[in-house]
Design a protein around this ligand. Structure first.
Ligand code: TPP
Ligand code: MG
Length: 391
């Protein structure tokens, strides 16, 4: 999607379709685009909030392009891992709408705290998509500047980033950067499994009692590796928020429009001093947990097929097509761009230089440390011991 402020302007708009409370099959789910590509004008959340989006045709096309791009780049990364070029990859397949919708809802000044799967949000923040591949190839530790892009480093420790985000958001308040349209907010991404972690529950408490400008964005992809959702909770996850004293909403995470709408509203509420909220993006991990996992060991094919019918990209394509917002030439051009960029990504990954082993001691502390200097010297002596040998 083009840079700017999608949904926030008043250029040529589509006429309003119907309005709806909840969505088909689930009275709790905020949905603005059905799996068949039907637009719903507005949807009401559990606390009565009305959600709607107001995009130009160009912005709709931009969202479609984002979704196709992130899926294609992700597929390329999976292929690279299969060919031994990455150590591991955590695919976002199936979660594109939750990530692009929420990622595009962030304003420039907002800070995001990802897990290890948020390649779509990373893309929306304008970070070169090769960055996480360097991390999973083991040639660097991520490589992007969190402050420049307002996107923190990937976090593998489940739930830890929710505490980092809470501290950051409390800092926003202490700096007096809330209360206006230009105010700041933070968003913490985590999974359904992470909700069972102490860190996440502690983050809920702290964010709540300090009224932190923070959006907890839980992508409920139904699994924590092989553990299904029913092993994490007896109540819908968004309802947990009530016990901590802030609002929660469940959104159709395969609907890019609804994901955008709920995230934009939650962030704007936070920046205006209304405190934290929880978004449960109800979605499905279509692929394996990571390339080290075999999901056929713990879930049945018919379940996967039932979610294929709710594909996040197919429904946007159907909508664009039905509304004649895009034609065959546009779809072909997007596919071609995605193909070109994935080839380019592959070429660049294969040409990433291998770092000197001793560089692992760099960047640990900004100003170094005597202990690390000693370890570096020991390591250098160890490496030198191989010089002249066949190893
Ligand atoms: C503190 C901690 N415990 C265990 C793990 C191992 N682990 C890695 S991913 C994962 C499951 C996470 O599931 P979820 O929060 O639903 O996120 P998803 O991978 O589905 O996006 C676990 C248990 C870890 N990385 N960190
Ligand atoms: Mg999960």
């Amino acid at each position: 999607m083009a840079k700017g402020d999608p949904g926030g302007t008043t250029r040529s708009r589509r006429p309003a379709p119907r309005s709806k409370k909840g969505a088909a099959g689930s009275p709790e789910l905020v949905q603005l685009l059905t799996p068949d590509g039907e637009r719903i004008d507005s949807a009401t959340g559990p606390d009565g909030t009305e959600y709607r989006v107001d995009f130009t045709d160009e912005e709709y096309r931009g969202l479609y392009r984002d979704l196709v791009m992130v899926r294609k780049l992700d597929a390329e990364a999976t292929a690279l891992q299969r060919q031994g070029e990455l150590g591991l990859w955590a695919s976002l397949l199936g979660q594109e709408a939750a990530q692009v919708g929420s990622g595009r809802a962030l304003r420039t000044q907002d800070m995001a705290f990802p897990t290890y799967r948020e390649h779509g949000v990373l893309y929306c923040r304008g970070i070169d998509p090769i960055m996480p591949l360097g991390l999973f190839r083991g040639v660097d530790q991520g490589g992007w500047d969190p402050n420049e892009f307002k996107f923190n480093m990937y976090t593998i420790v489940i739930g830890a980033q929710t505490l980092h985000a809470t501290g950051y958001a409390m800092g926003i308040t202490m700096d007096g950067k809330i209360g206006t349209d230009d105010g700041e907010a933070a968003i913490a991404y985590f999974g359904d499994g992470a909700t069972s972690q102490g860190d996440v529950n502690e983050a809920f408490v702290w964010a709540s009692v300090f009224n932190a400008p923070l959006v907890f964005f839980c992508q409920n992809n139904q699994y924590a590796i092989s553990e299904p959702l029913e092993r994490q909770t007896r109540v819908p996850l968004y309802q947990r928020a009530a016990g901590f004293g802030f609002p929660g909403v469940r959104v159709d995470g395969n609907d890019v429009l609804a994901s955008y709408a709920v995230t934009r509203t939650a962030l704007d509420n936070a920046r205006h001093g209304q405190g934290p909220s929880l978004i449960e993006a109800y979605t499905y991990r279509m692929g394996a947990h990571t390339t080290s996992d075999d999901p056929t060991r713990y879930r049945i094919a018919s379940e996967v097929e039932s979610w294929q019918a709710k594909d996040p990209i197919t429904r946007v394509k159907a909508f664009l097509d039905k509304q004649q917002i895009a034609d065959a030439a546009f779809f072909a051009e997007v596919d071609e761009q995605a193909r070109r960029e994935s080839v380019h990504l592959r070429e660049r990954v294969l040409n990433m230089p291998n770092p000197e082993p001793v560089t692992m001691f760099d960047h640990v502390y900004p100003n170094g440390s005597p202990l690390l200097d000693e370890q570096r010297a020991t390591f250098n002596r160890y490496m030198e011991s191989f010089e002249g040998s066949a190893h």
